[in-house]
Design a protein around this ligand. Structure first.
Ligand code: MG
Length: 270
């Protein structure tokens, strides 16, 4: 089997995982969790989200978390940012990397961010270029790339077109996300094949959910195609509050176990 020599886990449990917990996790525990993930060898980690506490009360302490975690050289820490205000807060809190998010399907985008796709892209113009100008790295999540809980099938060419728009805006990587966990390996091969025909593999990441038990299989297909950034959440935490039926994220420990060789979060085959 042909696999990349190295791959990076992009750990999302502190954000994508904890935002789905019914219970409020104390700030000190979040910080301990993040520090423990870093101690375990994770080098890329999404620590929180600077969205309005009205939307996601679980992450209302984002600034405290960002200021409280121990910054370790070589570890990239990012946070989700929905708009200019979120960017300003993230900058004040010392973030050096942010992520923006939108959906490939109109209905999910509307439910998730209360905007049309066109308006979302316009809003990103107030976030991505200023963030880049401030020296930040910007990543993007493109949700519902393999299916929408409201619309069903999603045209892969929509995914291709929106990924291009996001790259044109200045994001360094688009995480192609299976928000409700409906993707199958053949579909992953199709969608990623289209994207990799236009973009270097480093510009594309994958974000799978394990609703139907297919996350690992989809991840393996992505790796064989040359994708080297895998979003995963410790313990398989997470889901999506605006995606009915979404179960947990691909579990970090499952990816590590599947690849057989764990080299401190940065996976290297020997
Ligand atoms: Mg997720």
């Amino acid at each position: 089997m042909k696999l990349p020599a190295e791959a990076t886990i992009y750990e999302v449990a502190p954000r994508d995982g904890l935002q789905n917990e019914a219970r409020q996790v104390p700030t000190a525990d979040k910080i301990r969790f993040i520090d423990a993930l870093v101690a375990a060898g994770i080098r890329s980690i999404e620590i929180t989200s600077f969205v309005s506490p009205k939307w996601i009360p679980q992450l209302a302490d984002s600034a405290e978390v960002a200021r409280g975690v121990h910054r370790v050289p070589g570890v990239r820490m990012s946070a989700l940012v929905p708009n200019k205000r979120g960017l300003d807060t993230a900058l004040t809190a010392g973030m050096r990397e942010i992520a923006v998010f939108m959906s490939a399907s109109e209905t999910h985008n509307k439910k998730n961010v209360n905007k049309t796709i066109a308006d979302t892209l316009t809003a990103f113009e107030e976030v991505v270029p200023p963030a880049r100008a401030a020296g930040l790295a910007v990543r993007a999540y493109l949700s519902t790339c393999f299916g929408c809980p409201y619309e069903g099938d999603v045209d892969p060419e929509r995914v291709v077109a929106l990924t291009q728009r996001l790259c044109d805006l200045g994001v360094y990587q688009v995480s192609i996300s299976d928000t409700i966990g409906v993707a199958n390996p053949q579909q992953v091969e199709d969608v990623l094949g289209r994207l990799l025909a236009k973009h270097p593999s480093a510009a594309i990441a994958v974000h799978f959910h394990d609703t139907q038990g297919t996350a690992l299989a989809n991840c393996l297909v992505a790796l064989t195609l040359g994708i080297t950034t895998i979003d995963a959440a410790a313990g398989g935490l997470g889901g999506c509050p605006y995606a009915p039926g979404a179960s947990g994220n691909l579990a970090t420990e499952d990816v590590v176990a599947m690849l057989g060789v764990a080299h401190r979060g940065h996976l290297r085959r020997t």
